[in-house]
Design a protein around this ligand. Structure first.
Ligand code: ADP
Ligand code: MG
Length: 686
């Protein structure tokens, strides 16, 4: 059957012992199938001879000629220069490492055939260390020569030989029947063979872009497998039982009444969708997308209220401590009238407090738990968890989400799950990565919001920017100054932010300026945020820790240092920290000149738009999905062949086909998922 090749370990091949297989595993190659799916990323054309006069820089070619000069040059580095001539011209070949024997061999009048990549050298084009043989012995290659992604200890030659060997195995002769449908899609084995060793007539441009029909056939199958995994996951979730939570209209009314604002129509609609879902006896898995500032927190509060008043525990998880603290405050205020006191659990609590919290969770004393990743660590048990809320989902990976789902203690009861993200996810990605979820969109901002006046400003005008900030603060504004630092370590980031703080304090002595960054103690962060909320601090110098969730409506001025370093979606998130109140807001995107064309284009997208979906689409067009979703997110789903951007047009059909297979041909779907299992096993853990 089709997945037999997955069962054959790579050691079956001659020449692959334990050491080799260890090295191959670093490329993700464990089985024969893995090797087959490890496709070349480019090709060399060694099928024909190129006249020396026709060589082009950086384009590998085979040439043949007679040596007409051979000498050792002593320069900065000793090198052997051999001059090769054919009917059309001549070229220098340079060896930095060469043996006596080599030097003997490469003497005048010897005929040579070389494959090499011409580079610009001292004497026009030169070849460095080309592969060469005596001309009359070797035959030209019959097919294009594949160049594979390799790693230390795994050479091109090894991979080429192994792949050739694979195609002689008896098991291969059964082909790799397409599992997507029987008739319409081709046997994939000939596709793979072609892609490993295309004929010299192949369209290299199409291959390089992944647009060869054979690549597309593989990508389609992989996408279908991936979609089938998600569909199956959804189906399995449907089979799980969840507590049916029912809302008590009185409690909801009382809660609404004390909010101080009325829900927007979009918020109202989403609350209703949630209320309906959690009233079912199978678990909700709902993704809420709402642009920055659209008011997701209050929607989460309604969901929490439904669960709490139904007698169930609720947990709310945030990506940063600052955000967890803020949610704690907000929810304490909102729920105090109901007698519900939320508790906090983050990674930095001392041991005894943490123990106490855990005990109180397990016995049901804590009804509403708010926290960070620490929530996931071993030992967190709930008494009767009914609802899990994950804020700013794009900051977490799939694994972490799955982990929490298993925290519901009551046997076989799965809590409902609400996932909130401000990253507007383009539709195709939603379908690909979130096909197992139901989606709601809050597509309306609370009334009274003003457009954030956004400017792109050269770093040369830093002085003017400070002056402008000063006068704004003097007339009551509060500002964030965001340092976007390239340093990878938190320590260095903190140091760099400190120096910006010093710079601002020096330039603007009349203002109260403070700093917040990820390395500070939780109490210190909390205290700085509290003073900023109270208005005691006028300028908050911050690292990107404030990127998500922070809600200080009075802050209405933002400066982003080196804005060109960040992605559009991230900038949009950051900017979303201002423009939350009724006051006019400003955002200055400072860049380090000179600014490249692409960066200029990107920053102007942000200047001209405040629509998160539009910005995300632009970001996707300019940079690709991995960047939009952040490292963690894109690390979740690794495709072997498919590329979400390139193969976007296949996703809808793959989605549909997967659905049909799961419903009508489960065995085929199963085989399909097994074949591409690397891409889907994440979804099996739940
Ligand atoms: P986000 O969707 O970015 O998480 P928040 O939930 O933090 O947004 O809400 C942003 C701000 O808007 C908060 O100060 C919140 O209290 C306020 N808000 C939310 N909904 C409404 C509404 N319907 N009318 C007025 N203000 C609202
Ligand atoms: Mg939020």
């Amino acid at each position: 059957m089709g997945d037999a090749l997955r069962q054959i370990p790579i050691e079956r091949l001659k020449g692959v012992g334990p050491t080799q297989s260890q090295k191959l595993s670093r490329l993700g190659i464990h089985s024969i199938q893995d090797l087959l799916l490890h496709l070349p990323h480019r090709f060399e054309d060694r099928t024909r001879l190129t006249a020396i006069a026709n060589l082009k820089v950086d384009q590998g070619a085979v040439i043949e000629g007679v040596i007409v000069g051979s000498e050792v040059q002593f320069g900065r580095r000793r090198s052997l220069i051999v001059t090769l001539r054919d009917d059309s011209g001549q070229i220098s070949i340079r060896f930095f490492h060469f043996s006596k024997a080599q030097q003997q061999h490469l003497k005048n009048q010897t005929r040579l055939r070389c494959f090499g990549v011409p580079r610009r050298g001292r004497s026009g084009l030169e070849l460095y260390h080309p592969e060469y043989t005596a001309a009359d012995k070797s035959a030209l290659a019959a097919t294009l020569t594949p160049v594979y992604p390799v790693t230390e200890g795994v050479t091109q030659n090894l991979l080429r030989k192994l792949v050739q060997q694979v195609f002689t195995l008896p098991e291969i002769q059964n082909g790799l029947p397409s599992l997507t449908t029987d008739a319409t899609y081709p046997d994939l084995m000939p596709c793979l063979k072609y892609l490993h060793t295309p004929p010299s007539t192949a369209n290299l441009g199409a291959l390089a872009e992944g647009l060869d029909p054979r690549q597309r056939a593989l990508a389609f199958e992989e996408l279908t497998a991936h979609q089938a995994g998600l569909a199956q996951f959804k189906q399995q979730l449907q089979l799980r039982r969840a507590p049916a939570l029912s809302c008590q209209p009185k409690a909801l009314e009382a809660f609404s009444a004390q909010l101080g604002f009325t829900l927007t129509r979009a918020q109202q609609r989403v609350v209703e969708e949630i209320a309906f879902d959690v009233n079912q006896t199978n678990p909700m898995l709902r993704l809420i997308q709402g642009d920055v500032g659209s008011g997701k927190t209050v929607v989460a509060a309604f969901a929490a209220l439904i669960a709490l008043t139904s007698g169930h525990q609720v947990t709310l998880m945030a990506p940063t401590e600052i955000l967890a603290e803020q949610h704690l405050k907000t929810f304490s205020q909102w729920f105090s009238a109901l007698g519900i006191e939320p508790a906090l659990l983050t990674g930095r609590l001392n041991n005894s407090t943490r123990q106490a919290r855990r005990a109180a969770l397990a016995n049901g004393e804590i009804k509403l738990l708010i926290g960070t990743h620490a929530l996931f660590q071993e030992g967190v048990e709930f008494k009767n968890l009914g609802l899990v809320i994950i804020d700013e989902q794009h900051r977490f990976g799939v694994n972490q989400r799955m982990a929490l789902r298993n925290k519901g203690r009551a046997e076989s009861m799965t809590p409902h799950q609400l996932i909130m993200t401000a990253t507007p996810i383009p539709r195709t990605l939603t379908m690909t990565l979130y096909a197992s979820m139901d989606c709601s969109v809050i597509d309306e901002l609370p009334p009274g919001r003003q457009k954030i006046d956004t400017r792109v400003v050269s770093g040369n005008k830093r002085g003017e920017v400070m002056a402008r900030l000063e006068s704004a603060c003097e007339s009551g504004a509060q500002a964030y100054w965001v340092c976007t630092l390239i340093e990878t370590s938190d320590v260095l980031k903190a140091q760099a932010a400190e120096s910006v703080l010093a710079e601002l304090q020096h330039a603007l002595p009349g203002l109260h300026i403070e700093l917040i960054h990820g390395r500070m103690k939780p109490q210190d962060k909390a205290s700085v945020m509290a003073r900023f909320v109270r208005g005691d601090i006028q300028i908050l110098v911050a690292t990107t820790v404030i990127e998500v969730g922070v809600d200080v409506p009075n802050a209405n001025f933002m400066v982003i240092d080196n804005a060109e370093r960040l992605g559009l979606t991230q900038l949009h998130q950051l900017r979303g920290r201002v423009g939350r109140g009724a006051k006019a807001s400003f955002c200055l995107l400072l860049y380090e000149p000179p600014l490249g064309r692409l960066s200029k284009q990107r920053l102007s997208v942000l200047r001209d738009s405040q629509d998160g979906f539009y910005i995300a689409e632009q970001d996707l067009a300019i940079r690709g999905p991995g960047d939009i979703l952040g490292d963690r997110q894109s690390g979740d789903v690794v495709f072997k062949i498919a590329d979400l951007r390139r193969d976007e047009d296949l996703i809808a059909a793959a989605h549909e086909l997967a659905q049909t297979l799961i419903e009508q041909a489960p065995q085929q779907a199963e085989a399909l998922m097994r074949r591409w299992v690397g891409a889907i096993d994440e979804y099996r853990e739940a």
